[in-house]
Design a protein around this ligand. Structure first.
Ligand code: ADP
Length: 454
């Protein structure tokens, strides 16, 4: 399909619209003035012809007219004819070959040999049993007079206004669409990979284009952030995989050189392979979740038991770091879901509270409660808290509050896994955090998805 720009189309529509309106308006005015002029001509023709008739009747002879009135006055030709149509006296316009037949008190039009239009009016009178016709004629030029003189000027003004409206329309629409052009070239650059995403100059107006630009800029901001995070993540993942890989390779070399070292090397190799495996599993879990291919082993899961299990597992390690863990777990809360995935929620939240909370002498509170509608699992710490500006994004993938990694296992994936698993079970996540006081992460599940066996 042929491409025409919106600016061009708007300009054409606008110009056509103005042209139609102006032409219509001019035509109406022209018609109005013409019909007014014609009405005036009828009146003056009628009056003059009737006046002449009255003189003839008063005097009883046609020759009396010349003594009372002129045969050419106010652009009206006056002539008198006998019943055979022969001119008795008076004046009539030259160059008319085809004379229209007489019509008593009739208003007619005819053309002369130069195609000039004439208006004529006839009056029949009887003098001494003789029929006499009095005819008045007036040229169209004198009828329309001024109204026709102004016609070319009106056309010139019309053309000027159309040119003005086309230019104005073009300039206004071009200016209004300039952010769209920037947008197009920006999107083309981004899609051709010529440029990393950045801002489109906004027309800073609260119109639709301004709103569209604002939306695109916000989208570009998000894309740009996403790009940045993904770049950082790729380098972090490579780094995290590279370190244990180097250790594994080195251990293999040592073990090959010294057979007495083999057993020790195997322990180190296993530990490093296991951390690599955890990272790869996390990535696979997320990618399966994204693709909607996360297969849930759906069964009734005792969430209360599950929370106790995780707390038991973590307690010893927490105590070694002088962190206490308190539990407030309502018993027998059952949820329909995948136990392995659900277990990941308290694990990740407690791990984060340990990593980012206060230590030593920190305190973590694990709680599980149920109301009529909602089951809430929460993990609260007394750490430094999370700045407000990060709280919205903290569940985003690859997002970390501090750019620098805190060490192994900090990839910015833990909370996105929590959010994804909650979502898969019909739940949602929420965060309350106060700087200097601590954070409380909450995962909620609707009660219809589960049951509470009291
Ligand atoms: P990871 O811990 O692997 O970096 P997460 O998605 O679990 O990834 O967490 C994202 C970021 O949120 C962390 O890098 C950390 O800065 C911040 N965060 C998470 N939990 C807490 C917490 N309890 N207290 C303070 N900051 C936290």
């Amino acid at each position: 399909m042929k491409k025409t720009s919106i600016v061009f189309r708007i300009t054409c529509w606008y110009a056509a619209f103005i042209l139609i309106i102006m032409a219509g308006f001019s035509l109406l005015q022209f018609e109005f003035e013409s019909s007014q002029a014609e009405a005036e001509a009828r009146t003056s023709l009628g009056e003059t012809v009737s006046e002449a008739g009255e003189f003839i009747l008063e005097e009883g002879t046609t020759y009396a007219i010349s003594s009372y009135m002129s045969f050419y006055k106010d652009d009206i030709y006056l002539s008198v004819y006998d019943e055979n149509g022969d001119l008795i006296e008076g004046r009539r316009p030259p160059r008319i070959s085809a004379w229209p037949a007489f019509r008593d008190k009739g208003f007619q039009r005819c053309f002369d040999d130069n195609r000039k239009r004439w208006f004529l009016y006839d009056n029949q009178i009887k003098v001494d049993d003789q029929t006499i016709w009095v005819r008045g004629m007036k040229s169209s030029k004198s009828v329309y007079g001024d109204s026709r003189i102004f016609f070319p000027y009106m056309m010139a003004v019309l053309i000027f206004l159309v040119i003005l409206s086309i230019t104005g329309g073009y300039l206004i629409s071009k200016q209004a669409f300039s952010p769209v052009r920037s947008l197009i070239s920006m999107v083309q650059k981004v899609s051709n990979d010529q440029e990393s995403v950045h801002h489109i100059p906004s027309n800073s107006q609260a119109d639709e284009i301004g709103m569209l630009t604002e939306e695109f800029n916000q989208m570009f901001d998000r894309l740009s952030e996403q790009q940045e995070r993904e770049k950082r993540f790729t380098s972090d993942v490579s780094h995290e995989l590279k370190t244990p890989l180097s250790v594994i390779l080195a251990q293999c070399d040592y073990a090959a050189q010294d057979s007495s070292y083999q057993e020790e090397a195997l322990v180190v190799i296993r530990r490093n392979a296991s951390s690599m495996s955890t990272l790869v599993s996390t990535l696979l879990l997320l990618s399966r979740g994204d693709a909607g291919r996360l297969s849930l082993q759906s069964e009734p899961v005792d969430l209360s038991m599950l929370c106790h299990m995780v707390a038991d597992q973590q307690e010893e390690e927490l105590l070694s770091e002088q962190i206490t863990l308190s539990r407030d777990i309502t018993p027998d809360i059952i949820i329909e879901g995948d136990e392995t995935l659900l277990m990941q929620i308290p694990i990740n939240l407690i791990t984060n509270a340990r990593k980012y909370g206060k230590h030593p002498d920190g305190h973590i509170a694990l709680s599980l409660s149920v109301t009529e509608d909602v089951i809430t699992l929460s993990v609260k710490d007394d750490g430094p808290g999370i700045p407000q500006e990060h709280q919205q994004k903290i569940f985003d993938r690859f997002y970390t509050v501090n750019e620098s990694r805190t060490g192994g296992g900090s990839s910015g994936l833990g909370l996105s896994i929590v959010k994804m698993i909650a979502g898969y079970h019909g739940g949602w996540v929420s965060l309350e955090s106060t700087l200097g006081k601590g954070s409380c992460f909450m995962v909620m599940f609707p009660v219809k998805e589960c049951s509470h066996e009291a």
